[in-house]
Design a protein around this ligand. Structure first.
Ligand SMILES: NC(=O)c1ccc[n+]([C@@H]2O[C@H](COP(=O)([O-])OP(=O)(O)OC[C@H]3O[C@@H](n4cnc5c(N)ncnc54)[C@H](OP(=O)(O)O)[C@@H]3O)[C@@H](O)[C@H]2O)c1
Length: 255
């Protein structure tokens, strides 16, 4: 555990589980909750980035890293049990995701399964495990990371698009069963964000420019843009918001 002194008088501190919460968009999400005075549990394979330590020091919360392989049912079950053994979970952010690019006609089936396992099956398994706990506790918040490819098919990413389309409907399916029992299930659909996932696009100046000029806001998203929306959907201000897939895309889908 990475810890710093708790700020005096902090109220209603929540325990927030963020998959992939140690780098990329997930790191910004973790930092957003820390800044609000919450404690964060990061579920990912690698150690969280060093900058998260600075955020912990500044905010006064704690970050606990629980190693997990979201491609493994056993690893997810073990990590969920460990998280629940350590205390209640108030918020689950299913942020971790993977992408693989091949022309559809050549896409290896094993690669298709690998994307679906992490982006969809793991989201369901973790939502089941931690959602059951929230239902028993009488409330909680689940925020999933969808994508523009929850709405559009993309190019050479059929597994990713299929998984993110399914995440959008899984969000609604869980909402329908759990909204009346105090658990909000929603999703944020980021536009193009400058992270490692988009390294290939970033490295292609022509493709990058094509994307940039199509974004009404005139720029790619920053991880902080996405973190703000996730934090809002997990806040009391969003208590009556259920089953939405909120685009945070600089206007991309409006074009
Ligand atoms: N970047 C974008 O433009 C964009 C747009 C729309 C939606 N999204 C979605 O936003 C989420 C975050 O994306 P990002 O851009 O921040 O991605 P990223 O920089 O590639 O980070 C991916 C995160 O997922 C974790 N992860 C991947 N496979 C894992 C596994 N098997 N077990 C455990 N953790 C695993 C990684 O941690 P480890 O590798 O250490 O395990 C890492 O923390 C994803 O769901 C993505 O689909 C991103």
């Amino acid at each position: 555990m990475i810890a710093a002194a708790a700020p005096g008088g902090a109220a209603a501190r929540r325990r927030v589980v963020v998959t992939g919460g140690g780098r990329g968009i997930g790191r910004a999400i973790s930092e957003r909750f820390l800044a609000a005075g919450d404690d964060v549990v990061v579920l990912q394979r690698s150690e969280p980035e060093a900058s998260l330590l600075e955020a912990v020091a500044a905010a006064g919360g704690t970050v606990t890293h629980v190693p997990i392989d979201l491609a493994s049912e056993d690893s997810i079950a073990a990590a969920a049990a460990r998280v629940l053994a350590d205390g209640p979970v108030h918020v689950l952010v299913n942020n971790a995701g993977v992408q693989d690019r091949h022309p559809a006609e050549e896409f290896p089936l094993a690669a298709f399964d690998a994307v679906m396992d992490v982006n969809l099956r793991a989201v369901f398994q973790l939502s089941q495990a931690l959602g059951a706990h929230m239902l028993e506790a009488g409330g909680g918040k689940i925020v999933n990371l969808a994508s523009l490819l929850s709405f559009q098919g993309g190019l050479r990413v059929p597994a990713y698009a299929a998984s993110k389309g399914a995440v959008a409907l899984l969000t609604k399916a869980l909402c329908n069963e759990w909204a009346g029992r105090g658990v909000n299930v929603n999703a944020v659909a980021p536009g193009y964000v400058d992270t490692e996932m988009n390294a290939a696009l970033q490295a292609d100046p022509e493709r990058r420019e094509q994307i940039s000029v199509r974004i009404p806001a005139g720029r790619w998203a920053r991880p902080e843009d996405i973190a703000g929306a996730v934090h809002f959907l997990a806040s009391p201000e969003a208590d009556y918001i259920h089953g939405v897939v909120l685009p945070v895309d600089g206007g991309w889908l409006a074009r």
